[in-house]
Design a protein around this ligand. Sequence first.
Ligand SMILES: Nc1ncnc2c1ncn2[C@@H]1O[C@H](COP(=O)(O)OP(=O)(O)OP(=O)(O)O)[C@@H](O)[C@H]1O
Length: 232
Amino acid sequence: MILRVEDLETYIGEFHILQGVSLEVPEGKVTVVLGRNGAGKTTTLRSIMGLLKPRKGRIEFKGERIDGLPAHMVARKGIGYVPEDQAIFSGLTVEENLKIAMKGNRSGELLDKVLSIFPDLKVAWQKKAGSLSGGQRQMLALGRALVGENSLLLIDEPSKGLAPVVVEKVAEAIKEIKRQTTVVLVEQNFNLAQYVGDRFYIIDDGRTVAQGEMEDLVNNVNLQQKYLGISL
Ligand SMILES: Nc1ncnc2c1ncn2[C@@H]1O[C@H](COP(=O)(O)OP(=O)(O)OP(=O)(O)O)[C@@H](O)[C@H]1O
C-alpha cells in the first residue's frame, strides 16, 4: 500500500467533521472515494495533504508517517493535489503554468508525456490559463500535478461543472494518468468513477462505511441507494 489512512479524525473549528476515516491505497491503481455532499471527502483529501491538521489517527505514505506535516512537506514527499477549484495561475500561459510545476525536473520527458495525454494544452500553449475553457483548465490542473513527478495524486471532483463530452476526455486522461501514478479520486459522477476506478471507498457522515472492488459496488444496488442516492 502506498498510502494508509487509519481512523482519521479532523475538526474544522469546533465541528467534528471526520470521525473515523480509514483508507488503504494500492500502488498503480485508482481508488475512488464516494459519498453524499458534505460526507467529508474533500476534508479527507485536505487532511492527507496537510492542509488540515487531523486531531486523531495516522497517515502513512510509503511506510512513513506524514500526519502533522505541513502541506509543503507533504508535497515534497511526492503527493500532488488537484483541488476542486483547480489550482492554476490564470494570469500565466499554459507553458508557464506547466514549467513552474516542473520543479527541478528539466528533462522534458514528463512534459512530452503530459502533452501527449492532453494535446489540447499543446494547442493552447501560449494562451493565458484564465482564457481557457473549463475542460482545458481542468486538464491544465491535472497536467501540472503530473509534471511535478508525484507518485500519488489526490484529485477532487474533476468532472464538476463540465459538459458530458468533456467529462469523457477527463476520464480518458485519468486512465492514462494511472499508467504513471497512483490516484485517489473523489468523484460524484458515478459513470466516471465506474469507468476509471479499481477500488472504492464510501464515506458517510465523516466515517468510512464501505470499501471494496469497484466492480462489486457496480453490482451492489443496495449500497448505491443507501449511501450515494443513486436510484435505478
Ligand atoms: N470551513 C468550514 N466550516 C464549517 N464546516 C465546514 C467547513 N468546510 C466544510 N465543512 C463541513 O464539513 C462537512 C464535510 O465537507 P466536505 O467538503 O469534506 O464534504 P464533501 O464530501 O467533499 O462534499 P462536497 O461534495 O459537497 O464537497 C460538510 O458538512 C461541510 O459543511
